[in-house]
Design a binder for this molecule. Structure first.
Ligand SMILES: Nc1nc2c(ncn2[C@@H]2O[C@H](COP(=O)(O)OP(=O)(O)OP(=O)(O)O)[C@@H](O)[C@H]2O)c(=O)[nH]1
Ligand SMILES: [Mg+2]
Length: 373
């Protein structure tokens, strides 16, 4: 009897644990509110995804001219040491770097030390290794891609340092026993590159100025882009992280506003559209309280398509913002009747329906994360 009871208990707990695991695997990840409050620092950092840099390799150290004099031998021969090599400038893909904001526009490596007497060679300079985000593409001054740092630890030598000059001991020959010549160290390379981060965020917010992109990013993450009731408040991209309770994080980018003819470089133009290209999916955000928001949506799509047809094939979601305003309900109903695409109605300012939006964002992320990794 006792054994039967035991067997029943074991079977019951086993069944319970498998259902618990199954339930956990099937459950929808819940978005989390950050436990940390927003930073109270005055400076707000934008996301630098493009940078033009000049790189200069270190100069090699000069060789030394010297003759050894000993008490027993006045002319003990030349003993000038070689100069050390100049350092290289190297870009290295690293998980520590999230964007290019820490990369300065001129990057220089140290000079090699000069040679000394008694055959002492100068010290070679250390290389200047600059950490850049994984997925940085390096283009030379002609716009040709010369490096693609897609894997952690991968390096690209951007500018070689000059080699150190030879000291006069090097020039001893049968005919010349006391050469009074040495080499200067070579100059390092001096080149220009453009660095581009291939992927900026998982999802990018696309919309006209004042649609509420920055307000939404502030509502869903700890990012602090400026919000103001005038157009073009945001001129640089900002990235915020949305956290979920299964430890996944989705990066959402607030991009500068788009206007008709952006693809012809009007407004912030091409530069803006390049930011959009670096996002896996696009969130079209519309001010639904304005007249005919469906026309705004088709203008946004037209601009994206004119710039790059592939952008239209990316995963997308329409967000109808400012649902708290009077005309919103009516406009939304008309918009829904005109399109079959899913529309999520929210109010970024009052925080209405944000949870549903975050679930939808997670769905898009889960469906497409393989394509980005
Ligand atoms: N009533 C209402 N106002 C909103 C809502 N969301 C944003 N706003 C207001 O709309 C104005 C513009 O918001 P922003 O977030 O700066 O808009 P943006 O799209 O980032 O604009 P740019 O950076 O200029 O492209 C601000 O005054 C916000 O307070 C909303 O859901 N309801
Ligand atoms: Mg903004």
């Amino acid at each position: 009897m006792k054994i039967e009871v035991m067997r029943f208990i074991v079977q019951f707990t086993r069944k319970l644990s498998t259902t618990a695991i199954k339930q956990y695997a099937e459950r929808i990840p819940q978005p989390l509110r950050s436990t940390k409050s927003k930073s109270d620092k005055t400076s707000v950092q934008s996301f630098a995804d493009l940078k033009r840099v000049r790189v200069v390799g270190g100069k090699g150290g000069d060789g030394c001219i010297s003759f050894l004099h000993l008490w027993s031998n006045e002319n003990a021969g030349p003993d000038g040491g070689d100069g050390g090599n100049g350092g290289h400038v190297i870009f290295k893909a690293s998980n520590n770097a999230k964007d290019l904001s820490m990369v300065t526009s001129v990057l220089q490596a140290d000079k090699g030390e000069k040679g000394f007497n008694k055959d002492c060679h100068g010290k070679s300079a250390d290389h200047n290794i600059i950490e850049v985000p994984i997925g940085t593409v390096i283009k030379n001054s002609n716009g040709k891609v010369v490096g693609d740092l897609g894997v952690e630890g991968l390096m690209f030598i951007a500018a070689r340092g000059g080699s150190g000059g030879k000291g006069n001991h090097f020039f001893i020959s049968d005919t010349e026993q006391a050469p009074k010549i040495s080499e200067y160290g070579a100059e390092g390379e001096d080149l220009q590159y453009t660095l581009e981060v291939r992927s900026m965020a998982h999802l990018g917010l696309i919309g006209f100025p004042n649609a509420g992109k920055s307000t939404l990013l502030r509502a869903i993450s700890r990012a602090r882009p400026k919000v103001a009731p005038y157009p073009f408040t945001t001129l640089k991209p900002y990235v915020g992280m949305v956290q979920y309770d299964d430890y996944e994080q989705v990066a959402v980018a607030d991009l500068p506003g788009l206007i008709p003819d952006s693809h012809k470089n009007r407004g912030l133009g091409i530069q803006f559209l390049q930011h959009a290209e670096r996002c896996m999916g696009l969130l079209y955000i519309l001010d639904i309280s304005l007249d005919s928001p469906w026309e705004h949506f088709s203008t946004l799509q037209y601009e994206m398509g004119q710039f790059n047809k592939n952008l239209l094939k990316r995963p997308q979601l329409i967000i109808a913002n400012k649902m708290d305003l009077p005309e919103a309900e009516e406009n939304l109903a008309t918009f829904r009747s005109k399109t079959e695409l899913p529309i999520i109605a929210i109010s970024a300012k009052l925080g209405i329906n944000i949870k549903e939006l975050l679930h939808k964002i997670r769905e898009i992320y889960d469906e497409n994360k393989e394509s980005t990794s």
